[in-house]
Design a protein around this ligand. Sequence first.
Ligand code: HMG
Ligand code: MG
Length: 300
Amino acid sequence: MLASNLPTQVSIFEVGARDGLQNETTVSIENKITLIEQLAAAGVNRIEAASFVSPKWVPQMADSGNILRQIKRQQGVVYSALTPNLKGLELALDAGADEVAIFGAASESFSQRNINCSIDESIARFEPVMALAKERHIKVRGYVSCVLGCPYEGEINITEVARVSEILYKMGCYEISLGDTIGVGTPLKARKMVEAVANLVPVEQLALHFHDTYGQALANIQACLETGVSVIDSSVAGLGGCPYAKGASGNLATEDLVYMLHGMGIETGIDLQKLARAGNQISQVLGRTTGSKVAQALTV
Ligand code: HMG
Ligand code: MG
């Protein structure tokens, strides 16, 4: 730790190929694979590459199995996948996912819209996922959505965020990623929320997953870094959003996060120029300018 209580290193969990591209209908499997391989070449060593959800609900992710089978894997890189239920886990294992993630919510309405069941029902569905993952020695990450607000319910009580986080942690998730799904949080609220969760789940096991809809993500992350959190989810070029949270924009752009962290003397192991090139290329495929301010400023 530095004198200011900031971590000296942050582990970046890249979600662009999943959280980002789950919203895009026009990206070919070749372009997805290129993105994932370029991210690994830029030094990103945790990449969420796939999502084994219902193809009727999210057809954009229907090629997940082939993506995991076809990518050229780089040593030391963990390629992970979302798995909402046992069927998802079986498909992910079959395709060779290194690690998987279950995803719950701190909001009943969001849980219903996103995964078609209540919070309690989702926990019951996760039990067999955890059991099989344990048997196969596969690590499971746990997401909690709507930690700073819900598109259907508005304010969310942080006690509920802490409760759901603790349940997922006690079920065996090695890391709990706290999702500001619609990016409505502000720094002091974000920090209070993390502190409330950290009373029940060790702070070393927490990650921040902040969408940047209101442009608050970097400020929120900076406020939370002082609590001791050192894992941050982000999305190259700021890709994405959530199909069940209308108006939600992408996560914080990884390029912007890396620039800020490096500027604060915090290591990430990522080559910013290579990362920005990867982000610019996928943005070109999508026919739009990168959502990263840093990538716009850099000439790569
Ligand atoms: P359901 O309809 O309640 O499930 O969906 P079901 O068990 O009744 O099954 C219905 C059909 O789906 C059956 O097929 C199943 O076989 C099939 P049919 O008999 O009708 O032909 N099915 C599956 N197929 C493939 N893979 C599966 C699977 N499961 C069932 N895993 C379910 C429940 C969870 C599957 C559905 O609601 C779903 O897929 N939801 C998608 C939700 C989603 O992908 N949301 C976006 C990701 S979460 C997110 O972005 C937030 C996050 O970033 C954090 C944050 O920002 O806060 C993580
Ligand atoms: Mg998300």
